[in-house]
Design a protein. Structure first.
Lengths: 337, 253
């Protein structure tokens, strides 16, 4: 316990990213936030339309997957729809053809996404910055066109319809009950992401993010670490995509479209890059907002969400979670003096 | 000569868009020696360092470590083979504290870095050794300060601690005393004098008093080529070296 690094007394004037900020939050606060988060997760389908609550869960996983790369490895993937969507199709196909319980289908979908991430990631991690983003986007577009052309498997423009949602004969037709069936999978996925970030591996990733040359000089094979992070991220994105299919009971090409990749990045930026839980918050806000706008008959949803995105980037560069954490930290620091 | 050198280069060259930064350099670093690379700016010292550590691939030539061909190996492989380096421009992880830097370096040879399913608290197994190393470079008090908050001289000291954490057979130091005050220079010289026991040190250094106090052998580079090589006293008195340092314009007048 004594090894926990407390740098709060250090003279550092600037605390740029969420990682340090989260690590510095006092223990009681972290447990309190966890309790509140769990309580909200348990209550959610009672306060929201359950189908929207399920969407929030799926996008929360997707956002955390993106943040693992963007916030903790320094890689901006603009093609993660490839993994979300591939898992969506794989999950749908497994559910339709194998009739297995839905968590098994989702797990199978996520594994397919992770396997796909091995060759794509192997090629992509050789590039950084905008080139990495473009390579991932290009791969995602290739997957999109393959899915579109391979109609016999994917249903082409029609997608996969009436995906069965099976769990040991339980009646999960009601979205309300499905939410509670899906929640444990999502919580496991989020816990896995938290563990990855707070593992020895996660420390190396942060080192690679901040100074790849130094990490190599220390003997860390940077490309292989990035590839591993990429595959883990694809697996988590795949979990989200698979559950999304189970929630909607159909898969369409939208799941592979580049706008899906873009939305995931927006969710993370909105919540706060490098904060992990910011992505969950961002997912909740964006999904809820989009639902509310479409319910209100608003036709140009992109105009509103895009506007909010621009505002957040311009005014709160750390995102919602990052800004609040920074404020709280400044408050605590001023109180200590 | 190659047989007994721990690190050697043969005909090592590196071009940058037609400009030959390092030109057919032959170098033999004797085991357990302190070998200084000196020369005017642009002589190719840092490029040579980057070639020796795998950060640059040579255009031509061959590098051997203990008789093993390591030409073209990536930096992480070279590091694993026991060659640690520091950087001329301080190169740290701004958001990690000093102790975390050293822990990260100590962890590197183990497989722990791959354990994404284990707690980062496991890294505290390196905390004692990390504190020892920090104490050695005079950073004991600052173990928990984020690297970006350290003063310049302290950052250089941390660079040294990280390189030492790898327990390298060959330690390459790129201007270890650059930009330091006198006191820090003395401390660094004393430290290098201590840690050289049982290992080989190669350093790029501009401060001739530091070179004189530490180096067994000095190689003078000019325009990417080896100008003179030998013991410090001999090299210092060499006409060609004096000309190279004072500049051709002075000599012409």
């Amino acid at each position: 316990m004594t090894s926990t690094v407390d740098t709060s007394s250090s003279p550092a004037a600037t605390v740029p990213s969420g990682l340090a900020t989260v690590a510095r939050a006092p223990r009681w606060l972290r447990y309190a936030l966890l309790a509140v988060g769990l309580a909200v997760a348990l209550w959610l389908p009672n306060g929201l339309y359950p189908a929207v609550a399920v969407d929030i869960l799926c996008w929360a996983l997707f956002a955390v997957a993106i943040d693992l790369l963007l916030g903790f490895t320094g890689l901006m993937s603009f093609g993660h729809a490839a993994f979300w969507g591939t898992s969506a199709y794989a999950t749908g196909l497994v559910a339709i053809h194998a009739g297995v319980p839905f968590p098994v289908a989702v797990l199978a979908g996520a594994l397919v996404a992770a396997v796909l991430a091995v060759p794509l990631g192997y090629l992509a991690v050789k590039r950084t910055g905008i080139y990495f983003a473009m390579v991932t986007l290009a791969f995602a577009q290739m997957i999109y066109y393959i899915a579109n052309k391979w109609g016999s498997l994917t249903g082409g423009e029609n997608g996969l319809q009436s995906v069965p949602r099976e769990l040991f004969g339980l009646d999960l037709r009601d979205e309300y009950y499905f939410y509670y069936a899906a929640l444990p999978i999502v919580l496991l996925g989020l816990a896995a992401a938290w563990r990855i970030v707070n593992s020895p591996f996660g420390r190396v990733l942060v080192g690679i993010r901040d100074n790849p040359a130094r990490a190599r000089a220390l003997g860390y094979p940077v490309h292989r670490y990035k590839l591993t992070a990429f595959v883990l991220s694809a697996f988590l994105a795949g979990l989200g995509g698979g559950l999304f299919v189970m929630g909607h009971r159909f898969v369409s090409l939208d799941a592979l479209h580049w706008t899906t990749s873009g939305k995931a990045v927006i969710v993370v930026v909105l919540g706060g890059i490098g904060t992990l839980w910011g992505g969950v918050l961002g997912a909740a806000i964006l999904v809820r907002l989009e639902d509310w706008l479409s319910y209100s008959g608003f036709e140009t949803i992109g105009l509103v969400t895009g506007g909010i995105f621009v505002l957040v980037v311009l005014l709160f560069r750390r995102g919602i979670w990052g800004s609040v954490a920074a404020l709280a930290q400044r408050w605590r620091a001023s109180r200590r003096r | 000569m190659t047989g007994q050198a721990i690190l050697s280069a043969r005909g090592l060259s590196r071009d940058f868009r037609g400009f030959r930064a390092v030109d057919a350099v032959d170098l033999d670093i004797a085991p357990d020696s302190v070998h200084a690379l000196v020369g005017p700016n642009g002589a190719g010292k840092t490029t040579l360092f980057n070639l020796l550590t795998g950060f640059l691939r040579p255009t031509a030539g061959r590098i051997e470590l203990n008789g093993r061909d390591v030409t073209g190996l990536p930096p992480e492989r070279v590091a694993r083979l026991g060659v640690a380096r520091s950087f001329q421009i301080t190169s740290l992880f701004p958001q990690l504290c000093a102790r975390e830097h050293v822990e990260l370096a100590l962890q590197s040879p183990s497989g722990l870095g791959w354990r994404f399913w284990r707690s980062a608290k496991l890294m505290s197994r390196y905390a004692d050794r990390a504190d020892e190393l920090l104490d050695m470079v005079g950073l004991a008090e600052l173990a928990e300060a984020p690297a970006e908050a350290l003063a310049y001289g302290r950052k250089r000291a941390l660079e040294l601690a990280i390189a030492l954490a790898l327990d390298p057979k060959v330690l390459l130091l790129d201007e270890p005393t650059a930009g330091m005050g006198l006191e820090d220079v003395d401390r660094t010289v004393e430290l290098i004098g201590r840690v050289r026991a049982g290992r080989t040190v190669v350093m790029v250094e501009h401060n001739m008093s530091v070179v004189g106090r530490l180096a067994d052998t000095v190689t003078v580079l000019q325009a990417g080529r080896v100008l003179v090589e030998g013991p410090y006293q001999q090299v210092r008195a060499d006409e060609r070296v004096i000309t190279a340092y004072l500049g051709a314009t002075d000599a012409a007048h």
